[in-house]
Write a protein that binds this ligand. Structure first.
Ligand code: GLU
Length: 493
């Protein structure tokens, strides 16, 4: 038997990091077993599904380096891989369930269903269909249909006993049938609900392992009932823990950004986010040795996926609920960035869409990259760090009000810096010589460099910390650096 897994996103919003997490587990499991990983688009919710969302989901998963063996974009032997293109199959299967007595037509109006829900709420009962149309005779059905009353198809559910199934991660799960609702399988618009389409497709696509989020555990009895009604062997089920906020609540966009697009735009490198997702699956993937291998993003994500695939064991997944800890993710991004060569880092910036200010000449960019990559976590930290190289800071007198140092002392140190920097000409305008000159300036003014260096920083960059100052000044050039010291002195007159 070839192992076949799938991820089945619904294209109803931004690509969610949880989808990437589930996709990664499915991809690793299939890889480890020498199987196939399928991507299927579950767009049965006609009101909420959009093509833009589908494209964004596929694009984001690709950006993370994930790939599938069959899917709507690449086809495959079990296509189409978009549920909106498989309607005929769902209609046939619903008709079969009706004909064999596993499902029934329900003509209840939305008003009646609402009344029923209100009454159930008042009686402190969980909402469930009350079986009103369960025993309609063929004649009653025919009459209602002749009168043009719209209907849905609902699943017949046993009223007694329990559904028992094995979960690969959680072991035996038992759910009483009386808690399972008579699920709508086909809506009045002729489209299936998730439950019918999902089961019909998992069977048609020969999925052997359904690995999905734990929010689907309570739906599994309905699915098993469908498999039984059709006479099909069900796949193995595995319900993954939900990603959590640090306070252990379910990861939600009210507390944390959940869209992959957000992380991409903010300059979280794809490989770092993928690595982080890998650590959420199995803490053993925290291996720092993984960082930085591979010369391009594509190669790096491919190597990571290979490694995760080799290591992968379902039993390593903790059921506790992995925490989506953004400070840890940011730290990991910084680690990834620092393990690149400056040339690779420039490539990362370019892929991310960073546009260099024209004032930073191309031949200086590698030097800028080399010093900046030590001080950032995200690619979006880069621009604010280097903007002083393109534009002089807009200094105000109070920017120099630091460390309670009298203004005349600050002025003295800045003037001494100008004096000591002037003799550096040609190649001697380099960070080592600049460092020496500034050290001497501090001494000449009666200070140690560490007492006054923040004023030098402010003069050159506008902020008390920034890129390493001597490198910053080397990159900026002598003329511009001196001009900035002079402007700062002027402010203090
Ligand atoms: N379309 C469902 C979702 O959005 C798929 C659930 C499943 O994997 O069965 O999560």
């Amino acid at each position: 038997m070839t192992v076949r897994t799938r991820v089945a996103p619904s294209p109803t919003g931004d690509p969610h990091v949880g989808t990437a997490y589930v996709a990664l587990v499915n991809s690793c499991f299939a890889k480890k077993q020498g199987g196939c990983f399928v991507l299927r688009v579950e767009d049965t919710d006609r009101a909420r599904s959009t093509r833009e969302s589908e494209e964004a989901i596929l694009e984001s998963l690709h950006w993370l380096g994930l790939a599938w063996d069959e899917g709507p974009d690449i086809g495959g032997p079990h296509g189409p891989y978009r549920q909106s293109e498989r309607s005929a199959s769902y209609r046939e299967h619903a008709a079969q369930l009706l004909a064999e007595g596993h499902a029934f037509k329900c003509f209840c109006t939305p008003e009646r269903l609402e009344e029923m829900r209100v009454a159930q709420r008042a009686a402190h009962q969980p909402p469930h269909y009350d079986g009103h149309c369960l025993h309609l005779t063929p004649r009653e059905i025919a009459e209602k249909e002749a009168a043009g009353i719209p209907s849905v198809v609902r699943l017949k559910v046993p009223s007694e006993g329990s559904c028992i199934f094995d979960d690969l991660l959680r072991g035996r799960i038992e759910i009483e049938w009386k808690t399972v609702d008579m699920q709508v399988l086909m809506k009045s618009d002729g489209f299936p609900t998730y439950h019918l389409a999902n089961v019909v497709d998992d069977h048609a696509m020969e999925i052997t392992h359904v690995i999905r989020g734990e929010e689907w555990i309570s739906s599994t009895p309905k699915h098993l009932l469908l498999y039984r009604s059709f006479g099909w062997t069900p796949p193995a089920f595995c319900h993954l823990p939900l990603l959590r906020n640090p306070d252990r609540s379910k990861l939600s966009k009210r507390k944390n950004p959940t869209s992959i697009l957000y992380y991409r735009k903010q300059g979280y490198p794809a490989e770092a986010l993928l690595h982080f997702l890998g650590t959420l699956i199995d803490a053993r993937n925290d291996d720092q040795g993984l960082i930085g291998r591979g010369s391009s993003t594509r190669e790096r994500t491919a190597l990571l996926l290979e490694h995760f695939g080799e290591q992968f064991e379902l039993t390593h997944i903790s059921v506790g609920g992995p925490v989506f800890d953004i400070p840890k993710l940011r730290w990991l991004c910084g680690q990834w960035i620092r393990r690149q060569t400056p040339a690779q880092f420039l490539q990362l910036l370019h892929e991310w869409g960073y546009e260099w200010p024209r004032a930073i000449a191309p031949e200086k960019r590698e030097h800028v990259a080399r010093v900046a990559m030590e001080r950032i976590e995200l690619l979006s930290d880069f621009a604010p760090l280097v903007e002083f190289l393109a534009e002089p800071p807009d200094l105000a007198r109070q920017d120099m009000a630091l460390q309670n140092l009298p203004e005349e002392d600050v002025r003295g140190a800045l003037e001494s810096a100008i004096e000591n920097l002037i003799p550096l000409v040609g190649d001697s305008w380099n960070q080592a010589a600049i460092g020496e000159a500034l050290k001497k300036s501090a001494g000449d003014a009666g200070f140690k460099l560490k007492d006054v260096v923040r004023f030098f920083y402010v003069a050159v960059t506008g902020k008390p910390t920034s890129l390493p100052l001597f490198d910053g000044m080397e990159i900026l050039g002598k003329e511009e650096s001196l001009r900035r010291f002079e402007l700062a002195v002027e402010k203090l007159h």
